[in-house]
Design a protein around this ligand. Structure first.
Ligand code: MN
Length: 444
């Protein structure tokens, strides 16, 4: 299902805000980052392009559960991890039956040129699912990378040393370029699968197919015969070359500028679009960016912690912690050391994690005030604080030693001490809100 059909479905469920006022891309960034609601944003009039632009597509848990057809977070985590373990081969259809019906040629200028922040070096593509097939190994991989548009047929790609990097090196070692297909505006579950980290060799599109109950069709890309999702809004075929250009500065997950690096250049061969393409923009440092990056890690933390503590209520890579560096976890504590063990398990699950706070199940970890309240009333530093010095950190964290990527880590066990009388730590109860809502409404 391509993006416009996904949006149609979400419209029926009243999960889309349509913005008809004319906006430019910098304004889209501000609106998307300032919006605190749960719905998808659809901009119908964007300066410089005819394409409607969607942001905040995977921007809330509410919509995420809709895509997963799941009743709660736990079901989302379970489905995602199971799909990564048991991907399903996709049914293939001919390219002529795919949604890429219009060939527009090798001209990136025909796509929206979105500059997200004033200091950006140029327009970026942020939502492209990049699919590569190893020139020797034949291994397929799907991942999302930011792409800086340099001209009609050229862009630089930021590649971190993971799976795509391995395939790229494989091609370079053979003295070849790496053919790739980039899909924009495809089903959100494909983006989620491409943002997850199953082992090298597992094709993320087949993970998405497992999430989609075996309904995902693939096709072969026309030039390079790469197996790609058959339904999307835009398809770019090109080659990652040995040539390098500057990439950045670019605002990353933390909301701060990532440095400029020499990165590989992609040479575009051809571009196709759907009949009436709709464009997906992942605004850097938005909640959608955080959810996409963090969801799989959150699922892992949940899984690791539930192996050492009887009941995990909620896990959050918190928004203040950039959806990546900080976690808050609520557990049902049954033995005195549970809080500490939960801290250790969380650090093991997510190597970039820098800070974790563990609270009891009466605290909602979606509410930073409740977390602070738990720290204020249940935590003693000399007893409940865990500091790990000189561990591996994240390049995203500007305070981390950038050369060695060394960081300190901190865990706070803000759960109730089981040796003390529990009553001392419980909140005085309030009347349920609906009983007093009438009165509350009258108050200014
Ligand atoms: Mn992979």
């Amino acid at each position: 299902m391509r993006l416009s059909l996904v949006i149609d479905e979400l419209m029926k469920k009243d999960l889309v805000n349509v913005i008809d006022e004319e906006v430019n891309s910098l304004e889209i960034t501000t609106i998307t980052r300032s919006y605190k609601g749960e719905k998808v944003l659809l901009f119908t009039r964007v300066k410089g392009t005819d394409m409607p632009i969607v942001t905040n597509l995977i921007g809330s848990r509410r919509v995420l559960k809709e895509f997963f057809n799941a009743k709660d977070d736990h079901e989302v985590y379970m489905k995602l991890m199971k799909a990564c373990e048991m991907p399903i081969k996709c049914k293939e259809i001919p390219f002529k039956n795919s949604s890429f019906t219009r060939r527009i040629g090798a001209d990136l200028g025909r796509l929206p040129q979105l500059v997200y922040y004033p200091e950006d070096p140029g327009p970026y593509i942020t939502s492209g699912v990049l699919i590569a097939k190893g020139v020797k190994s034949g291994i397929c991989n799907a991942s999302i990378h930011r792409l800086l548009i340099l001209g009609k047929e050229r862009m630089t790609i930021r590649i971190v040393p993971r799976h795509l990097w391995q395939l790229y090196k494989e091609a370079v070692n053979e003295g070849r370029t790496l053919p790739v297909a980039i899909i924009i505006g495809t089903h959100p579950l494909i983006l989620i699968a491409a943002s997850s980290s199953p082992p090298f060799g597992v094709y993320e599109v087949e993970v998405a197919n497992a999430l989609m109950n075996n309904k995902l069709e693939i096709t072969k890309s026309p030039n390079y015969k790469i197996p790609i999702p058959a339904h999307g809004e835009i398809l770019i075929e090109g080659e990652i070359t040995a040539e390098e250009e500057d990439e950045g500065p670019f605002v990353d997950l933390t909301g701060t500028y990532d440095i400029v690096r020499k990165q590989p250049v992609i040479r575009v061969r051809d571009i196709w679009t759907s009949e009436k393409p709709m464009y997906h923009a992942i605004v850097p440092a938005s909640r959608e960016h955080m959810l996409l990056m963090g969801l799989y890690r959150e699922a892992l933390i949940w899984d690791y912690v539930r192996k050492v503590v009887p009941k995990v209520k909620k896990v959050r890579l918190t928004e203040g912690g950039c959806g990546w560096l900080h976690a808050a976890i609520s557990i049902t504590k049954t033995t005195q050391g549970d809080g500490k063990n939960a801290i250790l398990a969380a650090f093991a699950a997510h190597p970039s994690l820098k800070f974790v706070v563990v609270v009891d199940d009466d605290i909602d970890v979606d509410d930073p005030y409740q977390i602070e309240w738990a720290i204020a009333t249940r935590f003693q530093a000399s007893r409940d604080l865990v500091i790990i010095r000189n561990a591996r950190g994240s390049s995203l964290d500007p305070s981390c030693d950038q050369e060695m990527l060394i960081t300190d880590k901190m865990g706070i066990d803000a759960t109730i001490d089981l040796t003390k009388p529990r009553d001392k730590f419980m909140k005085g109860k309030l009347m349920t809100k609906n009983k007093v809502n009438q009165t509350l409404k009258k108050l200014k």
